[in-house]
Design a protein around this ligand. Sequence first.
Ligand code: PLP
Length: 400
Amino acid sequence: MTQINKHLLNLKESYLFSLIEEKVAVFKKNHPNSNVISLGVGDIAFPLAPVIGRGISEACLEMTQKPHGYSPATGLPFLIEKLFETEYKSYGISLDEICISEGINRDICDLGNLISVDQKVGIMDPTYPVYLKNSILSGKSNITLLPCREENGFVPLPPSEHLDVVYLCSPCNPTGIAMNRLALQKWVDYALREKAILLFDAAYAAFIRSSDVPKSIYEIEGAREVAIELRSFSKTAGFTGLRLGYTIVPKELFLYDGNTRYNFLHFWKMHQDIKTNGISYPIQKGGFAALSQEGKKETKAQIDSYLDSAKKIKETLEHLGYTCYGGVDSPYIWCKLKGQTSWEAFDAFLTNYQIVTIPGVGFGKEGEGFIRLSSFLTTAVTQAVVDRFLKKGAATCAMK
Ligand code: PLP
């Protein structure tokens, strides 16, 4: 009999998205003429920028003339060089520290697998659920949740206890809060002091507009010695359906076996060599096109539009009397409820506005009492959402 990996049994089944789908399906069945708008799953709303589409198509056509086989596990040189020139040269990151991947969800999981099971792991609460789930899946049981509450501005301070590895997400999904320079410096100093590693998820870096919020953790002094940065083309350039991301592993990072130290980057590349046969040539060409001047212009226009939608929705909810956070350097609005639970508010938003949100508790215990609204919407849909809130707002407020 084949025995199960016992860590799988430690994972609590998450019914979040299936329950949301179920509730929406029931609502639609009971209200066949309804027009439900989803501000739930944070997936892109705009089609691919034309320059990226051309880059991918041309690469495919090129492949009809000339074979392009397997790519190196950590990316083709033209894309690494482009990332170096456009993003990382100024932070002192070198070409061989940039590792391309199929998107950072996999990297978040795989990086965790390089770290010994007995290590103490710190994870923000609420946050992107994959950090916790994969930590459990990879056998970690010594997990400290770092509360992100109104009192601390949703940015946890480093704890007094020792942690070996800490997942930081900034701008954070779901709170929409980005860490400023001072907060990041505190975490880098903590990691230097504790000889810990920071896994810095910067999936939404391209949404940052505030001047005191670093776009990369390598803007912080000492970060090269403690931090791995993960970035994705998903929300930045509309690649959720294409899959492309990259992880920066500085050479100064080490993993220890007792007192013997091993270069993290060396083992990361070895791991990637085993786990992947590379990302397809056309997708990497698409990433290259996204980093061109034209690509940056087109994708920035989309992100500006998402940010504009976030601003409009946030202002409208505030007009209705809600306290809202995020939505400034982020596509997510974290809406505080007035005495309702996250699920009660989910139901109320669906019933009263025909709008799908995500109950905050789905991102961690500390998310109770909040809902997350995503601003990945076109301008027309944003206007429809705002109109619904304004039209039905009074009735809904009266129900609370
Ligand atoms: N990290 C965060 C914080 C996210 O919100 C997401 C996707 O929603 C990801 C990572 C996944 O990124 P990718 O599409 O590159 O796997």
